[in-house]
Design a protein around this ligand. Structure first.
Ligand code: DC
Length: 223
């Protein structure tokens, strides 16, 4: 049986995950958050005191120890690092920045891309990340580049953290986002960019509902 793959790329905080997750739920697809895998690799480095920026060789030499498993429970995707559910821990701000650094290491990418491709072989999927359209699933039937202005991305993240009762500084969120945007789009391997055959979906002026509907419409067109 041939499965449908929907590839969604875009910068940090554009709403890729929440929009993809909601569209996947409505359409009966499996949602795969690939950023969570890079985050788990970053958490491994942080927990093991590995300086990702200055000692990437150390991380590469321990690649076999980084055991990442993805499992699906009622509330969605859960990420396990060496047998421990780290789905919450990987959302920390230091892990966000670390993930962007880890993602510049080719050996880490190779390992995670393999895992991602295997997952898309056995289900209809919506997979989001930075390199999905061009590299992970180049044959995906639907390709989307989902973005929004940095101001609105930072504001959404700020509101999200505030709703959770966490203290945060919008300027710091914005500068972290700009750091990650630059890192993700200028790295040598699989940089973030809009694929030629991807549909541009700018959510700056769209409501969450409108963005989800747009993604569903693009999927329905290929069913
Ligand atoms: O989507 P996210 O913010 O959870 O991703 C965390 C980091 O991982 C992001 O800064 C870039 C990297 N990433 C990547 O390089 N390729 C992917 N397919 C997914 C994420």
């Amino acid at each position: 049986m041939d499965y449908i793959s929907v590839a969604v790329d875009g910068p940090a905080g554009a709403g890729k995950s929440s929009v993809s997750k909601a569209a996947a739920k409505d359409m009966g697809f499996t949602y795969i958050d690939t950023g969570a895998m890079y985050r788990a690799a970053a958490l491994f480095a942080i927990e093991n005191g590995i300086d990702i920026k200055n000692n990437r060789k150390n991380l590469v030499s321990r690649l076999d120890e980084i055991k990442i498993d993805i499992k699906y429970e009622d509330d969605g995707q859960h990420v396990f690092l060496c047998g421990t559910d780290v789905s919450e821990h990987i959302r920390r701000e230091d892990v966000s920045v670390g993930a962007s650094d880890v993602a510049t290491i080719p050996e880490v990418r190779e390992k995670l891309v393999q895992l991602q491709r295997n997952m898309a072989k056995s289900a209809n999927v919506i997979m989001d990340g930075r390199d999905i359209c061009e590299h992970v699933l180049p044959d995906a039937q639907v390709k989307i580049f989902l973005t929004a202005s940095v101001e609105s991305r930072a504001k959404r993240r700020y509101d999200e953290l505030k709703d959770k009762g966490l203290s945060c500084d919008i300027e710091k969120i914005k500068s972290d986002m700009l750091y990650r945007d630059k890192n993700d789009s200028t790295r040598e391997v699989s940089p973030l960019r809009q694929a030629n055959d991807a549909v541009l979906l700018d959510t700056t002026e769209l409501s969450f509902y409108e963005a989800v509907e747009k993604v569903k419409e693009l999927i329905r067109n290929v069913l």
